[in-house]
Design a protein around this ligand. Structure first.
Ligand SMILES: Cc1cc2nc3c(=O)[nH]c(=O)nc-3n(C[C@H](O)[C@H](O)[C@H](O)COP(=O)(O)OP(=O)(O)OC[C@H]3O[C@@H](n4cnc5c(N)ncnc54)[C@H](O)[C@@H]3O)c2cc1C
Length: 296
């Protein structure tokens, strides 16, 4: 493969096998292009134009687009669009918070182009799908010419928009366990508007095995995750631990809100302030805990 110093070459493999072979050769110089809804915006800044190869993933759609049950997990191909997610009856049954994230994602045009793989690899702390996927315990599968590897999403980001994937690896799928019996779930995005807005705060949650006892409500299992409140989307392990530790009532709810507010690390930026984000993240948790008390 040869090219002039300043030329950009578009490579369009027609199979996954071919794509990973190309990446093995030129990975460090290649930028995978899925729906392009992040990349084409980035390319408007000339300094961000690719210097080597653009790897157009469109030809991999037959292998990487789709939502299916594989053994006991739901597998979402990396090229599945946000619109596919919004209209999936399998995900409506098994991964409600992800469908809710898709509902408030961009516009119809963006949902038709944007892929779940692009959202995961772009790794914005404000990405809508990521808190939902974290609350659903998602794992991502990467593939290189050396074979596949699977990484839990909670350890996938080393820092701000820095997924741990190597240049030789493609994201091929996202897997989530099937829904437990009687889950109580939530996805809440707070932004300046209901549509076409970047999140100021996101909170996603799933609880199950939630039982009313004489003195309060026992939360058997809970997963919580937040977006736009730190350099990466965050699973809220400490807050989860507190909520499993004893019966849920006003005292534990207040303690959990305090823990959440210290677990997140929001900043002041164009969209909001750290103080507002802390306040609202706590309120969203209060709301979710209220729904657990009502539905137990
Ligand atoms: C007007 C507008 C509105 C938007 N609204 C929202 C919103 O409401 N919520 C939200 O979360 N985001 C939003 N976005 C951002 C964007 O649409 C999403 O992040 C989208 O999911 C990106 O997917 P894509 O397929 O377009 O990715 P691309 O732009 O093609 O790629 C994004 C990044 O992922 C890499 N990549 C893509 N696929 C793979 C793969 N399989 N393996 C390895 N690397 C890969 C690319 O190299 C690139 O670095 C919006 C963008 C625009 C322009």
């Amino acid at each position: 493969m040869s090219r002039g110093r300043d030329e950009v070459e578009v490579l369009a493999p027609s199979s996954l096998r071919e794509a990973v072979q190309v990446l093995a050769e030129v990975g460090a110089e290649a930028i995978p292009l899925a729906g392009g809804s992040d990349l084409m915006v980035a390319f408007r800044d000339v300094s961000k134009l690719p210097r080597g190869f653009v790897l157009d993933l469109l030809g991999l759609e037959p292998e990487l687009r789709g939502i299916e049950l594989v053994e006991d997990e739901v597998q979402i191909g990396a090229l599945t669009t946000v619109d596919d997610i919004l209209h999936s009856s399998l995900l409506a049954a098994e991964a409600r918070p992800l469908v809710e994230a898709a509902r408030c994602f961009g516009s119809t045009q963006i949902r038709n182009r944007a892929t779940i793989g692009g959202n995961v690899m772009n790794g914005s702390p404000a990405a809508d799908s990521l808190p939902a996927l974290l609350a659903l315990d998602a794992r991502v599968t990467l593939l290189s010419s050396e074979g596949p590897r699977t990484v839990p999403l909670y350890s996938f980001y080393a820092d701000y928009r820095r997924p741990v994937a190597k240049p030789s690896e493609l994201l091929v799928s996202i897997r989530i366990a099937r829904a437990p019996a009687n889950p109580i779930e939530s996805f809440r995005k707070v932004a300046a508007r209901r549509a076409q807005a970047i999140a100021k705060v996101i909170l996603a949650g799933r609880a199950w095995d939630v039982r009313a006892e004489e003195e309060g409500v026992r939360i058997g299992e809970i997963r919580l995750a937040a977006g736009s409140v730190g350099p990466t989307p965050m699973r809220l392990f400490e807050t989860e631990r507190i909520l499993r530790s004893e019966l849920l009532g006003p005292r534990l709810a207040a303690e959990a809100v305090a823990v959440l507010r210290s677990e997140i690390t929001p900043i002041d930026d164009l969209r909001s302030t750290a103080a507002y984000r802390r306040l609202v993240a706590g309120r969203l948790l209060e709301d979710f805990l209220g729904s657990l008390l009502l539905q137990a």
